[in-house]
Design a protein around this ligand. Structure first.
Ligand code: SAM
Length: 314
């Protein structure tokens, strides 16, 4: 469907849990207070919302969290979502710790359209410092297994205060020969995070050190822009919510684990869909009217948002 600014909305990010097996420093470090299980939507309820979303033209879904893989039954949920009539793409964003080879095979069988691994550094100690667990090797092994069986894999690197050019160089060295997307994400000033300009340094590094070519065709459902680097198999992406505001082409809405429809990551307002789940017609009406009113743009550059990342899923 189109919203009032004529943007096509065809993508929904679904947070299936606020719980996480990591405690990343930039996510919501001080306020980890988990929701009660009773407040979290059941999978059937999420699927009911997705059915209505499909009717409205939202056909691409990203499953996220918290950490989606810590919720019991998530694989079966992904399978059902993928099999819903009209659904085009189902992708997963994860830290990858629980995606052992057996699980990767199952994800392949489900027909998952992509898996985003969040890995901010390849230095084990720094990795543990950022996320609270010394588990980098397991995550990398899981990722490499996924690549070996032909899954579509993206690596999300948040360019936060601890990120250095050494991190960038080791990432390039590790991923350059693999058919993956390596994406650098500008840190969003949520919670206690301050604005950073490091994403510009990362871009300049590529332009000054390498022979690059902009990729004009759209890869994926998100706002990343990509470059191809001569001699590298991986493509490089940049997601810059602040430096390059992409609100005019924003195609997404978010569903929180408690059933709140959030129309913009920045804006505090959200619409509680829970009361309407049993009434498909009313649910459709509420979703249609709410999405139509999606805010024109975020204002991260001016002020802080009240968004809590582990509840809304990035
Ligand atoms: N647990 C999963 C994971 O690790 O990918 C999914 C949830 S996590 C909130 C989704 C993505 O949001 C991750 O790639 C994470 O790095 C990113 N993220 C969290 N806080 C962020 C912030 N302040 N700015 C930019 N990205 C952020």
């Amino acid at each position: 469907m189109k919203d009032r600014y004529n943007r096509t909305i065809d993508y929904m990010r679904i947070s299936i849990t606020d719980r996480c097996n990591y405690h990343c420093v930039y996510c919501n470090p001080d306020k980890f207070k988990f929701l009660s299980h009773n407040d979290i939507l059941r999978y059937e309820e999420i699927l009911d919302i997705c059915k209505v979303a499909v009717k409205l033209g939202i056909v691409n879904f990203k499953v996220t969290g918290g950490e989606p893989t810590v919720r019991k039954g998530y694989l079966s949920f992904l399978r059902q979502l993928k099999q819903l009539d009209g659904v085009k793409q189902v992708t997963l964003t994860t830290n990858g710790l629980l995606l052992d080879p057996h699980t990767m095979e199952e994800l392949k069988d489900i027909g998952i359209d992509g898996i985003n691994f969040s890995i901010d550094t390849l230095e084990s100690k720094k990795y543990a410092l950022i996320c609270g667990k010394d588990t980098l090797d397991t995550v990398l092994n899981n990722l490499l297994y996924g690549v070996s069986i032909g899954l579509n894999i993206k690596i999300n690197v948040v360019v936060g205060p601890l990120f250095t050019i050494n991190d960038l160089e080791s990432m390039i060295y590790f991923f350059k020969g693999l058919p993956v997307s390596l994406r650098f994400i500008e840190l969003m000033p949520l919670g206690s995070n301050k604005r950073e300009n490091k994403i510009e340094e990362v871009q300049s590094y590529f332009t000054s050190q390498y022979d690059i070519e902009e990729i004009t065709e759209k890869l994926g459902n998100g706002p990343a822009h990509y470059i191809r680097v001569k001699g590298m198999k991986c493509v490089i992406g940049f997601i810059e919510a602040l430096h390059h505001k992409y609100c005019h082409e924003c195609n997404r809405v978010r569903l929180s684990s408690t059933g709140q429809l959030k129309l913009c990551l920045f804006h505090k307002n959200s619409i509680d869909l829970k009361p309407y789940i049993d009434d498909e017609e009313k649910l459709e009406e509420v979703m249609r009217e709410s999405i139509y009113m999606k805010p024109e743009q975020h204002h991260f550059e001016d002020e802080q948002s009240g968004t809590v990342m582990n509840q809304i899923g990035g």
